[in-house]
Write a protein that binds this ligand. Structure first.
Ligand code: ATP
Ligand code: MG
Length: 427
């Protein structure tokens, strides 16, 4: 036998046993977004590398070490998208969707990051993301949070997630804060590993979410970003908190929450869970008012979030034992044997599918006697078997057998079979 080839590390197959829960979660995401009037946008999976470098920032983890980047045959540098915001903004500018307009957009699909694979962290993973353009008010930040809270309820996970909120202010406020933080951190260089020392130089705000406990302790006395906010950001944040208070969404203000990407300003938020171990963030987002202009469009404000579907599904499976998933893929199993029965069987199967499209009809295609075929019918999980033999073809009939109820099989006239099935599946 030839040597087998395996999937790429960190890139998972989603097997037929797992697709029902994926479809269920995806349909909840779609219906929730539709109920807020959001429109779907689909972008390519590959973009020119400079798009991500410019949008996300050269010194971020994502760009500096996590991207799948390669040269195509013309030596253009291309990258498998590590997130959706950059591509969405690129598409919005390219097609004139953003300037002087309001857009509420969503997308869902695979993202790629070269990370160490572990539970809840993969190299190909999936996100559902939302991006809203052209609305500057805190009301829209609140809408996004309210929308996600509704989705958690739909998924039955609302008791297991908490909302963390922060404001990282304007670019200028952040620059002021950055200097104060760097000055404060100088006295703790001794506690830092090489990576943290590098962050101190290049991206000091990222030190705030370090896993280094001694450094975390020290950071409790660090200057707080919230104290450095500009008036506009401060008012925006107060308004957002007031709306969330009014609608009864609880949150925790986390002054150390800065998010990993460069493009954020003002509001940042994460929904986190303790049920999944280290990979606890299921959804993260924030405002990015400068990004459209930074990518060459007319200045247009933006706000969005992305949720990791793998982590959401792990959480759903962990805490929601009542997911209404289909138990089998088949409702009706059609078997046939004998001269001239195949064409009658095909005609009947197509007729059932046309007239009862909500039922799933599987036709037995691999031959054998009725005994063997009935075994297959039982195994399929179908409720009803339809049986066609030579005498049924001659008499324009079909035998109907209830596989689950144990009732006697019945012979039904071909023209009455649809009505018969309607009754069987009403019960
Ligand atoms: P983390 O801190 O866990 O690395 P992140 O801040 O890099 O997350 P974002 O860029 O904000 O993540 O992406 C939004 C969401 O996408 C995350 O909250 C998470 O649910 C999911 N996600 C990010 N990276 C991965 C990955 N490698 N595998 C699976 N899901 C991921
Ligand atoms: Mg990450």
């Amino acid at each position: 036998m030839a040597k087998t080839i395996q999937a790429i590390r960190g890139m998972n197959d989603c097997l037929p046993t797992e697709t029902p829960v994926w479809q269920w979660v995806e349909s909840k995401v779609r219906s929730t977004l539709a109920s807020y009037g959001y429109s779907e946008i689909r972008m390519p999976i590959v973009e020119n590398t400079p798009l991500f470098a410019r949008a996300i920032g050269e010194v971020t983890d994502v760009v500096s070490k996590e991207m799948f980047t390669f040269n195509d045959r013309d030596n253009e540098s291309l990258t498998l998208r590590p997130e959706g915001t950059a591509g969405c903004v690129r598409a919005g500018i390219e097609h004139g969707l953003l300037y002087n307009q309001e857009q509420r957009l969503w997308y869902m699909g695979p993202m790629f990051r070269y990370e160490r694979p572990q539970k809840g962290r993969y190299r190909q993973f999936h996100q559902a993301g939302v991006e809203v353009f052209g609305i500057a008010n805190a009301e829209i930040d609140a809408e996004l949070i309210i929308l996600t809270a509704r989705l958690w309820k739909e998924l039955g996970i609302e008791q297991h997630v908490t909302l963390q909120l922060n404001s990282i202010g304007s670019l200028e406020a952040r620059a002021n804060y950055r200097s104060a933080l760097v000055e404060f951190l100088q006295q703790y260089v001794g506690l830092m590993n090489e990576e943290e020392k590098e962050r101190l130089l290049k991206n000091p705000l990222r030190i705030l979410d370090t896993k280094n406990e001694a450094l975390q302790q020290a950071l409790n006395n660090a200057p707080k970003l919230l104290d450095y906010l500009d008036d506009d950001s401060r008012e925006h944040f107060a308004r957002l908190c007031a709306i969330l208070d009014n609608v009864g969404i609880s949150y925790e203000i986390n002054p150390k929450l800065v998010r990993g990407l460069d493009y954020y300003n003002k509001t940042v938020f994460e929904w986190v869970t303790t049920a999944l171990g280290a990979q606890g963030t299921i959804c993260g987002g924030g405002r990015y008012d400068g990004l459209v202009e930074q990518l060459g469009g007319h200045a247009t404000c933006g706000v969005g979030f992305a949720m990791g579907l793998e982590r959401l599904i792990l959480l759903v499976q962990e805490v929601n034992k009542a997911i209404p998933l289909p138990q089998s893929a088949v409702d009706i199993y059609l078997i046939f044997a004998g001269e001239n029965t195949a064409s009658a069987a095909f005609r009947l199967a197509e007729k059932v599918r046309s007239e009862l499209p909500h039922l799933r009809t599987m036709m037995h295609c691999s031959g054998g006697n009725f005994k063997k075929q009935f075994k297959r019918a039982d195994k399929s999980g179908a409720k009803i078997a339809l049986v066609i033999g030579e005498s049924e073809v001659q008499n324009q009939q079909v035998v109907v057998k209830d596989l689950l109820g144990g009732a006697e099989q019945q012979t039904v006239a071909l023209e009455a079979v649809i009505d018969h099935l309607k009754t069987s599946f009403k019960e």
